[in-house]
Design a protein around this ligand. Sequence first.
Ligand code: FAD
Length: 460
Amino acid sequence: MDTYDVVVIGGGPGGYVAAARTAQSGMKTALVEKESLGGTCLNWGCIPTKALLQNAEVIHLLGRGRAFGFSFDNLTVDYAAAHKRSRQVVMRQNRRVAALMKKSGVAIYEGEAHFVDAETLVVAPSDVRLRAKQIIIATGAKSRALSDCPFDGKKVINFRNALEMTETPESAVIVGAGPIGMEFATLWSRYGCRVTVAEMMSHALPLEDAEISMEAEKQFKRNGINVKTETLVETVKPLDEGVSVTIKTGDVRESITVDTVLVAIGFTPNCLTLDLDKAHVAVLKGAIDVDETMRTSVPHIYAIGDVNGKMGLAHVASAQGMIAAENIAGRTTKALDYTAMPRCTYSHPEVASVGLTEARAREMGHEVITAVCPFAGNGKAVAMDDNIGFVKIVAEAGSEKILGVHLVGGHVTELVASATGMIALGATAEQVAETVYPHPTLSEAIMEAAQALCGHAVHL
Ligand code: FAD
């Protein structure tokens, strides 16, 4: 039996960050990973999608080449090359995580961990037993299937199957217009696929501020994506050739046959195969129940990232990993404020936000003022020929404390970090309005929205 101060199960952005931190704090640490270091995020999520979306962005730029004085004939695009590049990016980042584990002194066990009791794990298939004073569960989540049509990996697929494909389908239905659905819709449509997105809520990206969702949806449609909202997918039937999908919008029922159906309707935490009952770890509504320090119902067992169902984002998993590691090291931590977590969608246009939407702020009883600054007049955006979208700030009337910042447009995922700082530090619109932003940058739109909120916008 190998003994450790800390054993981490799962090497995603939650698990590997937590393991590095406990090892760097002087604790003997092991990490068990059944597949690849970096987890879903690095191998089948955040990173390969962004590599592919960069290719999609290049296609988009080339398509507008004439506006920049470039002309060419017979442009060909090669998705297999884009796919190859995305896997190279993944492999490169994999090596970085492996090097970090080595440098931090984390012992790696390859295989699937299961609880034997609250202090002991067995790793399959090697059967190695690990004993630990503290255990961190960071096993992530898997994609949810449609209730009456399981994934077949070929015609009815999840994100991972989609990222394994070396060609894009000619036609597809994407079920769910959340960030993952809209990122694949952007990617595939840029490569010529006819994409229909079916969303049961009233707008694409339904968790975003309503004005942002509406603008994003308008642009998705302009980009040729057939977004159908308030639409239910009733049946999905794989045929010899393609898949037949029946969708219902209001009273109108429609049948479409496409090559592929990508299901992007959410995730289920990976806790069923861990034998958690042997360690008496409590599960609540399918996710491992944790307190603010990420402790489960068993004080020396922690659960971080997608497996605790709090918020399925890589940076949240890493932040929770740091909290678990710090508590294990005996240091106190502040509770995470989930409304201050930035959220990004890397579609075209991009969408990013932090804090409360206008509707949520009102529901919570805030008296709210808002201001918008479009990118249409922003010098950098116009120079880049990418000036759709806007910044919206939601603030509390009277104090003008910023409650939420919402962005839609080109490159806005790079702008939301500064807005995150504003929310985290409790900044007011006046403070942001008085801050000098560099010119010409897209970020000036945030400053101008703040100035508009304070009633002294110069350019608007
Ligand atoms: P994971 O990254 O899922 O890692 C869990 C690891 O545990 C896996 O490697 C798994 O093999 C391993 N494991 C599971 N069970 C066991 C076991 N019993 N024994 C040993 N190992 C085990 N988030 C963002 O913030 N930004 C994005 O742009 C973004 N894009 C995404 C795009 C896609 C297509 C998808 C699917 C997700 C995306 N996400 C994004 C979400 C992000 O990937 C997850 O929130 C993040 O990976 C969660 O990290 P984690 O450490 O909790 O789990």
